[in-house]
Design a protein around this ligand. Structure first.
Ligand SMILES: Nc1nc2c(c(=O)[nH]1)N[C@H]1C(S)=C(S)[C@@H](COP(=O)(O)O)O[C@H]1N2
Ligand SMILES: [Mo]
Length: 323
């Protein structure tokens, strides 16, 4: 039997950020140990661990529960072996599903539980590591805030197999790595699980800091127009892009001189967990080569490093032509 292997298709282009909601065909796909085969009729979601009453739901049972819709950024953290490399795989999509809070209420969570462990169905191999279930965790306090979903659909359509059919976890505001696809088990516990994707990978430290789980999305932004390498003819050009973070983005600063000076761009209001749009009318100073940069700051005061981390400042080179 062939071993399941990683599926990594994360070539997000700025053009994919033009539409407010990312089309499924433009979405990245990540599957560390490959895409499993699923029999929906056999599938169930088990809720176990530190609960009063362990439960199991079939797909039909889940579909009959109250469903809610959440539009959220969907952000891959990039290569788990290398958080210092820039990665900007971002999308903005609408999920429909059951709030995990409702499922946990039905099961009766032990007050001593602190973490929710989630299991994907698949097994396979990830760069020499054997994977039996893709396991992640989230603090129970995040689940209790609401909008953590067992999602059944993406942009109004039933989930496709590669995006997690029949059901996946979605944790708005958290990196995509936490949103476990092909979910089969939710387990309540009073600690973090010690597994490959929780305490070995996706547990990283910026220089001088102690390791922390890759949970909340860092502040970040990206130019959509102009494109890197573009030649601009106009004397006035509308520079724009998308900005996002786990908290509201309160400002985006733009530099047109390689980071020497910065001006505040206009930023659209924050709506739920969706990305925000920034824009800036650039009066070009004259023909020549320019380096444009953008830098977002969120309501918690977190801004972007200039280099050396997954959310480093986005920088593009453009040319202003003579005519
Ligand atoms: N079961 C399972 N869930 C998973 C993964 C995985 O490998 N297995 N990859 C994660 C990562 S790293 C990301 S970025 C998102 C990607 O979701 P998508 O492929 O639907 O865009 O799924 C997450 N959920
Ligand atoms: Mo990812």
């Amino acid at each position: 039997m062939a071993i399941n292997e990683p599926v990594i298709n994360n070539s997000i282009q700025p053009q994919h950020l033009v539409s407010d909601i990312t089309d499924e065909k433009d979405l990245f796909v990540l599957a560390h140990a490959g895409v499993p085969k699923i029999d929906a009729a056999e599938w169930s979601l088990e809720i176990c661990g530190m609960v009063g009453k362990p439960l199991a739901y079939s797909l039909e049972q889940l579909r009959r529960l109250p469903l809610r819709q959440v539009t959220s950024i969907h952000r891959c953290a990039g290569n788990p072996f290398d958080p210092t490399s820039s990665s900007r795989q971002i999308a903005n999509v609408t999920w429909t599903g059951v709030d995990v809070r409702d499922l946990l209420d039905a099961a009766g969570v032990d007050p001593a539980a602190t973490h929710l462990w989630s299991y994907g169905l698949e097994s396979g191999e990830f760069f020499g590591h054997e994977v039996t279930h893709y396991v992640k965790d989230v603090p129970l306090s995040r689940v209790e805030q609401g909008d953590v979903l067992i999602a059944l659909s993406l942009n109004g359509e039933a989930l496709s197999l590669e995006h997690g059919f029949p059901a996946r976890l979605v944790i708005p505001g958290y990196y995509g790595t936490n949103s476990v696809k092909w979910i089969c088990r939710l387990e309540l516990a009073d600690r973090r699980p010690d597994t490959l994707f929780t305490t070995q990978l996706y547990f990283d430290a910026a220089e001088g800091e102690s390791p922390r789980p890759v949970w909340e999305v860092d502040s970040d932004c990206m130019f959509v127009s102009p494109l890197a390498g573009a030649t601009i003819g106009e004397t006035k050009h509308r520079v724009w892009g998308r900005a996002w973070s786990s908290a509201e983005v309160v400002s985006v600063d733009v530099s047109t001189d390689g980071g020497e000076s910065w001006v505040a761009a206009a930023v659209s209001p924050s709506v739920g967990y969706a990305w925000q749009t920034f824009s800036f009318d650039w009066r070009t100073p004259g023909p020549g080569a320019y380096q444009l940069m953008c830098r977002a700051t969120d309501a918690n005061g977190r801004t972007q490093p200039m280099s050396g981390w997954r959310n480093e400042v986005h920088s593009i080179d453009v040319t202003v032509s003579a005519d």
